[in-house]
Design a protein around this ligand. Structure first.
Ligand code: ADP
Ligand code: 5GP
Length: 186
């Protein structure tokens, strides 16, 4: 059986990665979504094991030490990382997997999995990005500013990705991302 493909989705916080991906997954039920581990607190409505594995700093550092993460990074004061085992199992069984991770993690995956497909979800502008992040209402001012600072670094790296999808009109972005993923699948 052929190994499944790895799709890495990156983009600044508030650009709409989660919103676009939710729609793409509704239309592509056989895609495997990689549930990351994080030390950040759950937002209202988020469930352990669905959006993230919510773990303590100590637990996260144990996962690092035990080599259980494909990649990890610190972002806005917390750890985020991709558990390796589920990705290995799913892709070995032929399933395509999607990782939604920030830039430093994507750079690590590029080294260990050079055949992965790297897709950047860009906002229409920095102003719109800030507006979306603020309207979402999930972070305090300090964390909004930390996220916007990282956003500038991430947008500056967008042209290193295989594809860029601008999330202006949601339907268009969903269609574009779905078509990119489909174009690599057998
Ligand atoms: P991310 O996962 O990249 O941090 P979210 O998916 O949480 O971003 O989206 C950030 C905010 O922007 C949310 O409130 C979401 O409803 C809104 N949003 C996402 N895509 C669009 C779009 N195309 N047009 C307008 N608002 C959007
Ligand atoms: P949020 O707190 O908004 O859910 O995520 C913050 C950032 O962490 C986003 O850019 C998201 O893509 C990224 N992220 C989520 N999971 C992972 C992961 O497993 N590894 C890395 N490197 N980044 C992640």
């Amino acid at each position: 059986m052929n190994k499944g493909k790895l799709f890495v989705i990156t983009g600044p916080s508030g650009t709409g990665k989660g919103t676009v991906l939710k729609r793409v997954f509704e239309d592509n039920k056989e895609l495997f979504y990689s549930v990351s581990a994080t030390t950040r607190a759950p937002r209202p409505g988020e469930e352990h094991g669905r959006e993230y594995l919510f773990v303590s700093k100590n637990e996260f550092e144990k996962m690092i030490g035990a080599g259980q993460l494909l990649e990890y990074a610190q972002y806005s004061g917390n750890y985020y990382g991709t558990p390796l085992r589920p990705i290995e199992e799913k892709t070995a069984a032929g399933a395509d997997a999607v990782l939604e991770i920030e830039l430093q993690g994507a750079v690590q995956v590029k080294k260990t999995c050079p055949d992965a497909v790297f897709i950047f979800i860009a906002p229409p502008s920095m102003e719109v990005l800030e507006q979306r992040l603020r309207n979402r209402g999930t972070e305090d001012e300090k964390h909004i500013l930390m996220r916007l600072e990282r956003a500038r670094e991430e947008c500056a790296a967008a042209d290193r990705f295989d594809h860029i999808v601008v999330n202006d009109d949601l339907d268009t972005a969903v269609k574009e991302l779905s078509q990119i993923i489909l174009s690599y699948r057998k």
